[in-house]
Write a protein that binds this ligand. Structure first.
Ligand code: CP
Length: 470
């Protein structure tokens, strides 16, 4: 499949070979930029940058990239106040208007799933420049390019992800890519800010990644007070172990000390819940003393902006590449923009390399009552036109995944729409989700409830297969 006309919402929208193709084209763009050559292959094309959240690097480099490609930019740097969103306009309407003014739209939004909604409604390509704490795929392209330039490869490296792994959207996109490229990943989260359950599950079920922990004592002696570390080897493991992390084997301190790159992130204070308020203070700052523990010529990376988690004394450390990482945003976003606009074509080779497992989950459609529980999901905010949609990941226990923000839910009660349509109200019955009824009801007819009160309010009565939720 070519790139022209496509969206980039998740890093998983591209195969490994497609990612490599973008990196190769970016390398050509980078060389041309260094030589001062003109690459105006997007003349006559327009980009809209629609940013509902602050940005220095992403918006700046997208706009610079488009200018370097000879195109023009319609910029909305504070879309929440300067666009008609301030008057209540929806994402769907905004992008359907902007597609008349632009050939490609770059969107950053605080709500998870917002870029997917934009892509669902716009006819022009949509690029996700960060949707809440969900994903930031173009940052991952910059990160992978930085790794490749610094270490000559991606596959086989060992990378330590450090900081806020819960709300850090750059982390989520990056760990999927690293898993797919066969990179060992060590995770050193701030206490309480480990990888979200939905990300861990996806790593396991779709990319055969199972985490390991580092012994807390090893970690503390090396770095101070840190909650936990995970390592994710690139091969199928004993799947029934999941998700009980306590039975997953430990790695030792030596493994961490051999990391090829330390990817530091700040705590995303703008997204933290109340439970996370005390987390940051307990995490060590990455500084020269800490780096001495690393045995290899470890690259120090950071998507930036930084706050207190990365000492300024490292700015002159020869392996600190975070400013270079930001600078690579221009050639990377030039390559991506040119490809999605069809201004560059690349033959993407088909290899026998690892591809993400495409699991064909059933689609749950009967949105009679269940909302996505994530308060930051776009479906909770744009409910005038978005119908909640879920994929059914698992039957026992019943596990649904929101198609917008990918949060998981475990609804306790179910019913069938098929057997109630056209029947008397008193025939409507609901059952426990862990009863045999789940296997009898087709996914497209499944109705789910968060509580018995909700089921009763919708006119359903309990069947004899109702038990208290576990
Ligand atoms: N890395 C990154 O997304 O930076 P900005 O928030 O400045 O765009």
């Amino acid at each position: 499949m070519g790139f022209a006309g496509r969206d980039l919402i998740s890093i998983n929208d591209f195969t490994n070979e497609e990612i490599e193709a973008v990196l190769e084209l970016a390398d050509e763009m980078n060389s041309a930029l260094e030589k001062g050559e003109r690459i105006e292959i997007c003349q006559g094309k327009d980009m809209a940058t629609l940013f509902y959240e602050p940005s220095t690097r992403t918006r700046g480099s997208f706009e610079r990239a488009m200018h370097k490609l000879g195109g023009t930019v319609v910029s909305f740097p504070e879309a929440q106040t300067t666009s008609s969103v301030a008057k209540g306009e929806t994402i769907a309407d905004t992008v359907r208007v902007l597609e008349s003014y632009a050939d490609i739209i770059v969107i950053r939004h605080p709500w998870e799933g917002a870029a997917k909604v934009a892509a669902d409604y716009a006819k022009v390509p949509i690029i996700n420049a960060g949707d809440g704490g969900h994903e930031h795929p173009t940052q991952t392209l910059c990160d992978l390019y930085t790794l490749k330039k610094g270490k000559g490869k991606i596959r086989g490296l060992a990378v330590c992800l450090w900081g806020d792994l819960k709300y850090g959207r750059t982390i989520h996109s990056l760990i999927y890519a690293l898993a797919r490229f066969g990179t060992e990943v060590f995770c050193a989260p701030v206490q309480g800010l480990g990888l979200p359950e939905a990300v861990l599950r996806k790593l396991h079920s779709e990319y055969d990644y199972v985490p390991k922990k580092v012994k807390g004592d090893d970690l503390r002696s090396m770095m101070g007070e840190v909650d936990a570390l995970y390592i994710s080897p690139f091969k199928p493991y004993n799947l029934p172990l999941w998700p009980d992390l306590d039975v997953v084997p430990f790695i030792d301190r030596e493994a961490l000390r051999n990391a090829d790159a330390l990817y530091v992130t700040r705590v995303q204070t703008e997204r933290r819940g109340e439970d996370d308020q005390r987390a940051q203070e307990s995490h060590p700052t990455v500084n020269a003393k800490l780096l001495k523990e690393f045995k290899k010529k470890t690259l120090v990376m950071h998507p930036m902006p930084r706050v207190n988690e990365l000492a300024y004394e490292l700015d002159n450390y020869p392996r600190s590449v975070y400013f270079q990482q930001a600078a690579y945003g221009v050639p990377i976003r030039m390559a991506l923009t040119a490809l999605l606009l069809g201004a560059s074509q690349i033959e993407v080779p088909r290899k026998d390399s690892f591809l993400p497992r495409k699991t064909a989950y059933s689609r749950y459609k009967e949105a009679i009552s269940v909302k996505c529980p994530n308060p930051n999901c776009v479906s909770r905010h744009e409910s005038r036109y978005i119908v909640p949609k879920f994929e059914m990941l698992n039957e026992e226990p019943l596990t649904l995944r929101c198609v917008y923000c990918e949060h998981e839910i475990h609804p306790p009660y179910i019913a069938s729409s098929e057997w109630h349509h056209g029947l008397m109200l008193e025939d409507k019955k609901y059952h426990s989700a862990d009863s045999h009824w789940l296997r009898k009801i087709k996914p497209e007819n499944l109705i789910i409830f968060d509580s018995e009160e909700e089921a009763r309010a919708k006119g359903f009565r309990p069947s004899k297969y109702v038990t208290a939720p576990r």
